[in-house]
Design a protein around this ligand. Sequence first.
Ligand code: GLU
Length: 479
Amino acid sequence: MPPVPRVRFAPSPTGYLHIGGARTALMNFLQARRQGGTFILRMEDTDQKRSTPESVQAILDALNWLDIDWDEGPGKEGPHAPYFQTQRLHTYREHADRLLAEGHAYRCYCTREELGEQRTAAKAEEGGFKYPGTCRELKGPPPGKRAEDAVIRFKMPSGEGTASFDDKALGTISKPYSDLDDWVMLRADGIPLYNFGCVIDDHLMDITLVARGQEHVNSTFPQLMLYKALGWQPPDFAHLPLILAPDRKKLSKRLHPEADVMRHKADGILPEALLNYIIRLGWSHGNDEVISRQQMLEWFDFTGVGSTSGIWDKTKLLWLNQQWMKLLPEATIVERLLPFLEAKGVQAKGDARLEPLVRALRERSNTLEEMAATAANVYFRSGITLDEKAAAKHLTGDSLKVLRQAREALAALPDWTVEVLDGVVKTVSEAASVGMGKVAQPIRVAVTGNTTSPGIGETLLLVGRDEALRRIDAALARG
Ligand code: GLU
């Protein structure tokens, strides 16, 4: 039986949660939840210039919004605490000392300037810069240098040979040793570099499977060498396809606003839709498009993860969002809609019209933002802004005559219900010998300001009797 998975998501808190990171987190989360495993959140906060508490919070907020919860990590703690790398520095130091003592690592005294020069010279040659092993055989610090100022480098195997591993998503991947160089594990100030901190923590946190973005494939080789040197069994690896922008460039934080998970929240995308969208960008289950969290939990497996990059497709995301607007219970949409209404100055909490409004508008709203805009502009204000083109077409001449008749019939109704209101359109159209559209459209434009809205009875009811009649009067006054 395979071991119960212990998986992790290990973001560097240097900005918001990237959409690719969210998908990595989701896949790990699903893997853990499906098999009764544990999902660990580890903050790789070793870039002291760029890591900030705000970024940590931004990542936690985004994961919370997506309802991807972790079992061990910030706020939860657990048997392998702490889960921030900067709080684990003594652990890295201990392991670096062990590797030094066992001859798998050495102190490097080369200065930044020296390496910079070598790097510049190497640029001219093919293959790029590889550390030439200048300090590899040193027995002690060169004159004028101190051991405590040196960085610690890992001694990669030299000579012939190939490193390879079986990736759960990509198959077998290999690299000749000659492509690898002695990499820095620990800086003089005790801060580990990514490959080192990652391996030490993955091992000590008993990680069984490392699933991360494809950009880390190459890091896996030096990491595997380190496992070997320490005599540790490496975990399994699965490298997940990238998410590219429509122009096929890497979806970058700087150039592509859609890379930011929380941007989608602000745009009125539902978390259910975003999860559905990102899981499909790199994993499939037959031809299924609309996939619920429950289904993901039943179906997700790394064998369904492809190797080709997913291309960001906003239209598809909006389509999925619309599906989820229709699938979720009305009360849920109401709750999610309220902050969007509030942002538009509408305090609608507790308003009995909210559920019918959601019912009426969700067929034609791609996002909560869109729904809130319509709700605020049409249903939660007095008066309306007429679309002049619509008014020119539907609120002139004969149309106004019909509208006047409709106004009288509507005002005479003792009770307003959808059926009765729709019935008025019919009777007025018969009396005036015009098609029903010739009655409904002038009413619609007068009451909503434009030519699209839910059914006319529903619209009138949602706008409310007094307000609807007032708007019709205002339209009639144009004639
Ligand atoms: N801190 C790394 C990153 O955010 C983690 C990579 C890994 O999962 O090993 O890219």
